[in-house]
Design a protein around this ligand. Structure first.
Ligand code: ADP
Ligand code: MG
Length: 355
C-alpha cells in the first residue's frame, strides 16, 4: 500500500527539498514547481474536455514530486476504489488531522496524464460546500496522490439504503445540493462529465446531511470507444456524448435527470443487458414511468425528469433553471419511498458487482 515502491524512486525523491526525482523530471519537465510557462500548463491535448474558460491556459504548479508518505501524511485503511484509483484514509503526521488520499496509477490504460493534471488544477481552484475539496497533490514515478477532504460517511446511495426510509422531500434536498454544485461548476466553465451515484458522497445525518460531488472524471477521456469498453456505468451518459464530438454543460444535466429517476424509483431509466443496447435506449430516450413505483410520485417530480432527459441539449433544463423548478422549490411530497429503497438495495448490489 502507499508509495510506488521502486528503488530508483527511493533514491531520487525522498525529501521535499530535493523533490525533483530524475525520472519524473525527464518525463515531464514542465511540472517543476515554479515553472509558470503556459506550455507547462497544458502540455495537454487541445481537447478541452473538462474545463473551458480560463482553466486550460493556466500552469499546473501545484504538484509536489515524491510519494506522499515521504512527506506529511501516513496511510491508513482503504476506504474506496474507483476505476483507476484506490482511496485510503490518511493522517497528517504533524496535526493528526484526517484526510482521504486517492492514489492513481500512472501507467494504467485509460489514464490520461495531461487531462489528469488539468483536472487537478481545476479542482484546486473550486471551493464549494457540495464539492469535495482537494488540498494537495503529490507525484512519484508510479502514482499521483490526491489529498482530499475526508468524507466520513459513505456513498450517497449506500447511505440511503442503510437509512431504509426516505421521502420525496429528502430526495429533493439531496438533488438541490447536487445541482447547486453543478451550477457552481458550470458557472466556472467546468463540466463534471461523470455524475453518477459512485461519485456522490454523503456526510452528516438528517437535516445536516451534506452531499459532496467527487471525482472530476480525472482519468477518463470521454470518447465513445472508451465509454463502450470502459468498466464504468454507461447508464448516465447523455445521447450527444454517444453521437457527437463536442458536448458541454448539458451532459451533466442529463446525468442529474438519471440520478433523480433512480433516487425516486430505485432503478435506472435506461437499462438493458449490454452497453450497446443501453446506448440505443439512451439515444432514443426510451424510458417511462409505467412501473408501480411511480404511482405515488408527484407529477412535479416527473415533470422535472422529463425536462432533463431531453435529447436536444439546447432544450434541456440548465442547472440554474433546475434550481428554480417547483420540485426543488418545495413541491416535493413528504410521503416515504419504501419500495424504492428496497429496489435501490438491489441496484447498489448490482452496480458494485465487478463484471
Ligand atoms: P475514480 O476516479 O477512480 O472513480 P473516486 O474519486 O470516484 O475514484 O473514488 C473512488 C471511491 O472512493 C468513491 O466511490 C468513494 O466510495 C471513495 N472515496 C473517494 N473520495 C473519498 C473521500 N474524500 N472520502 C471518503 N471516501 C472517498
Ligand atoms: Mg469514481
Amino acid at each position: 500500500m502507499g508509495c510506488g515502491g521502486s528503488k530508483e524512486k527511493a533514491e531520487s525523491a525522498p525529501k521535499k527539498d530535493k523533490a525533483e526525482g530524475k525520472k519524473a523530471e525527464a518525463k515531464a519537465p514542465a511540472k517543476e514547481k515554479g515553472d509558470k510557462s503556459p506550455a507547462a500548463a497544458n502540455g495537454a491535448t487541445g481537447k478541452d474536455a473538462a474545463g473551458k474558460a480560463g482553466a486550460s491556459a493556466e500552469p499546473v504548479d501545484a504538484i509536489t514530486k515524491g510519494c506522499v508518505d515521504d512527506f506529511f501524511y501516513k496511510f491508513g485503511r482503504e476506504i474506496g476504489k474507483g476505476g483507476f484509483s484506490i482511496v485510503y484514509e490518511a493522517v497528517k503526521k504533524e496535526t493528526g488531522e484526517r484526510f482521504a488520499i486517492k492514489r492513481i496509477q500512472k501507467n494504467e490504460e485509460g489514464v490520461d496524464i495531461d487531462l489528469l493534471k488539468r483536472e487537478i488544477y481545476i479542482m484546486k481552484k473550486v471551493d464549494h460546500p457540495n464539492i469535495l475539496k482537494l488540498f494537495d497533490v503529490y507525484e512519484d514515478e508510479d502514482y499521483f496522490f490526491l489529498v482530499l477532504e475526508l468524507v466520513e460517511g459513505s456513498e450517497l446511495f449506500d447511505k440511503i439504503v442503510d437509512l431504509g426510509n426516505y421521502s420525496e422531500k429528502d430526495a429533493a434536498n439531496i438533488v438541490n445540493q447536487i445541482v447547486r454544485a453543478v451550477d457552481y461548476l458550470h458557472s466556472h466553465g467546468i463540466v463534471h462529465r461523470d455524475l453518477k451515484p459512485e461519485n456522490l458522497l454523503s456526510a452528516g445525518e438528517g437535516e445536516n446531511e451534506v452531499v459532496k460531488v467527487a471525482d472530476f472524471g480525472f482519468a477518463k477521456n470521454f470518447g465513445e470507444e472508451k465509454l463502450v469498453t470502459s468498466c464504468g456505468s454507461p447508464g448516465y451518459v447523455a445521447p450527444e456524448v454517444l453521437t457527437e464530438d463536442t458536448y458541454t454543460n448539458e451532459v451533466d444535466m442529463w446525468s442529474v435527470g438519471v440520478i433523480i429517476y433512480i433516487l425516486l424509483s430505485g432503478y435506472p431509466p435506461f437499462y438493458d443487458e449490454s452497453p450497446p443496447k443501453i446506448f440505443k435506449k439512451i439515444t432514443e430516450v426510451k424510458y417511462d414511468f409505467d412501473d408501480p413505483a411511480w404511482d405515488d410520485i408527484s407529477e412535479t417530480a416527473k415533470d422535472l425528469i422529463r425536462r432533463l432527459l431531453v435529447k436536444d441539449p439546447a432544450e434541456r433544463l440548465s442547472a440554474k433553471s433546475t434550481l428554480d423548478h417547483p420540485w426543488l422549490k418545495g413541491e416535493a411530497k413528504d410521503s416515504k419511498l419504501g419500495g424504492s429503497v428496497i429496489r435501490m438495495r438491489e441496484f447498489n448490489k448490482q452496480r458494485k458487482t465487478p463484471n
